[in-house]
Design a protein around this ligand. Sequence first.
Ligand code: DGL
Length: 228
Amino acid sequence: MIGIFDSGIGGLTILEEIKKIIVHNNIIYYADSKNNPYGTKTDDELKKITSDIVDYLINQNCKIIVIACNTATTRCISYLRSKYPNIIFIGTEPAIKIACDNNYLNTLVLGTTATVNSKSVQKLIEKNKKPHQKIYLKACEGLANAIETNNNIKIDELLKEYLSPYHDIDSIILGCTHYPYVKDKIQKYFPKAAIYDSSEGVAKHLKKVLISNNLLTRKGKQTIKIIK
Ligand code: DGL
């Protein structure tokens, strides 16, 4: 059984990609909307919340868990890996490498406050950015929650506030799994920019890890259970 979790509907954008290439393994998706947003929580709060979900998923017989959330990954994955050494964790991090590899000059990374201020994001930049490239980090506080609660007025207000100060951006990284839901609205601010999210990368990585650990199911009807 593959476990997947996020602070609500965000990780469903990852689940969609997983379903395209992993077609027999059973999946359980835990949408932790009651604790949304994760992005403004402390590390200790996040460790407690994510441990509770991992305990639940282990009880459901999950051997591999996808953290379909940039915030929980950048803040807790090392902690969870050492707390649960027998579980394989697959994380989700902003796709900064893709923008750097594709030679974009001005990249805007959008994420929660916890993600953009994380050491993991700093490390991704140090590892991938070439000297002539610029990377701007923008914490979009409130946006994931506005998407989770389907508050369109708030979404439009926040996007205006957060995006209008930027010009000449040629690539945008959606560093929160909720943001693909408003990709078209973001694109309107930067019609020519390439927009990337991590879903395809996470799905491909998951498949590779399933194969190398002999966990890829090769036949049978897949069941997908969503827990809210
Ligand atoms: N979807 C999550 C992420 O990728 C978390 C959003 C939130 O709950 O603040 O960061």
